[in-house]
Design a protein around this ligand. Structure first.
Ligand code: HEC
Length: 130
């Protein structure tokens, strides 16, 4: 097999892998129950907690502390950012999906479509502490 063909096949494989891991994704029924502990919290930890934990800028400015499930569900000092079962109106999803004037993470690289779809589907599946 030529190396060009092999590279092309590898490319297709990587693409397919990404698709399997993440597109089924836009559609909750396709990929089973997502988990707060295994799927959601790692994203918040890597992408949000720099500012939304402890005395971080995001906590000071909005009151939103993402260290725990309880903190996520409590939301900002103005109210919840997660409406279980409804990602369309949940501010968590509105902000990371770029559907509002401000975007999160603040001043940082935006989430990948894989990451936003995990948060989206988890909220639509009821935002459970699972
Ligand atoms: C570099 C710091 C930083 C990071 C990283 C960050 N935020 Fe924020 N966040 C802020 C600040 C500061 C505010 C206060 C609002 C403002 O001034 O824009 C805020 C406010 C918010 C709000 C409330 C917005 C409102 O309408 O009141 C939400 C929800 C939010 N962040 C979610 C997230 C999520 C989810 C992530 C990770 C995907 C994230 N943030 C990452 C700094 C950050």
């Amino acid at each position: 097999m030529s190396s060009v063909v092999r590279k092309a096949m590898l490319g297709a494989w990587v693409l397919l892998g990404g698709t399997l891991a993440c597109t089924g994704v836009a559609n909750a029924e396709n990929r089973g129950q997502l988990s707060y502990a295994d799927d959601v919290r790692p994203i918040l930890q890597i992408r949000c907690m720099e500012c939304h934990s402890g005395n971080g800028a995001g906590v000071t400015a909005s009151g939103l502390n993402l260290e725990t499930y309880e903190g996520l569900m409590k939301g900002t000092r103005f109210g919840p950012i997660v409406i279980p079962g409804n990602a369309m109106v949940s501010n968590l999803n509105v902000l990371v999906e770029g559907r509002a004037g401000i975007r999160m993470p603040h001043d940082r690289k935006r989430l990948t479509s894989c990451e936003t779809s995990i948060l989206h589907d988890w909220v639509n599946q009821g935002a459970r502490n699972n």
